[in-house]
Ligand binder design. Structure first.
Ligand SMILES: *[C@@H]1O[C@H](CO)[C@@H](O)[C@H](O)[C@H]1NC(C)=O
Ligand SMILES: *[C@@H]1O[C@H](CO)[C@@H](O)[C@H](O)[C@H]1NC(C)=O
Ligand SMILES: *[C@@H]1O[C@H](CO)[C@@H](O)[C@H](O)[C@H]1NC(C)=O
Length: 163
């Protein structure tokens, strides 16, 4: 097994802050600390049958986000973080360019509903912890188009025997 720098940083932070065991309400929708440029949004996370969402290591999780931008988006960058207290640890995405391979045709027009799909690989080297995952789409000026949070529990896959 190989660990990348991000995974080691994540492990270190989790050791420092401890595992978040307290159930925090799932918050699909606005993040309190950012200004958004959408008029409506729905989020579907698959698989996620219960709260918190269980993300199995070695699988892909798919998030389908329907939203209507209130400003034109000519280019966008997707960001996913695990939030540990005040610290945001990036989850690396295979393709952070929102305008390529995510089901969008850029530029997005103001007032026109669109649907975006994110495939998130749950890496086997991630620690088994519960975190607040924050998903953001930043536009060409680094403004947030949308932001939402979901409580995620990272778990071992049944078939994986981990050392
Ligand atoms: C986010 O906040 C704005 C402004 O308060 C509101 O109009 C919008 O409906 C909210 N979006 C969601 C998904 O809750
Ligand atoms: C996850 O998605 C990636 C990229 O689409 C693909 O290469 C990989 O095989 C998928 N893994 C699983 C377990 O489905
Ligand atoms: C669009 O954003 C991506 C990152 O998400 C960047 O790699 C690309 O260069 C940008 N394209 C333009 C035309 O600015």
């Amino acid at each position: 097994m190989s660990l990348n720098g991000g995974a080691i940083f994540l492990l270190g932070l989790m050791a420092f802050y401890g595992v978040v065991t307290e159930a925090t309400p799932v918050k699909f929708g606005n993040c309190s600390d950012v200004t958004e440029h959408i008029s409506a949004m729905t989020v579907d996370v698959t698989p996620c049958s219960t709260t918190p969402c269980e993300f199995k290591k070695g699988t892909n999780v798919t998030c389908t986000i329907s939203f209507t931008p209130t400003e034109e988006v000519s280019n966008g960058t997707l960001k996913v973080y695990g939030k540990l207290g005040p610290v945001k640890v990036p989850f690396p995405l295979p393709n952070p360019n929102a305008c390529s391979d995510h089901g969008l045709t850029c530029p997005l027009k103001s007032g026109v509903p669109v649907e975006l799909t994110i495939t998130l690989p749950v890496k086997s080297e991630y620690p088994s912890v519960t975190v607040v995952a924050q998903f953001e789409l930043e536009d060409q000026s680094n403004n947030d188009v949308f932001c939402f949070q979901v409580i995620v529990k990272i778990v071992d896959a049944y078939e994986n025997v981990e050392a």
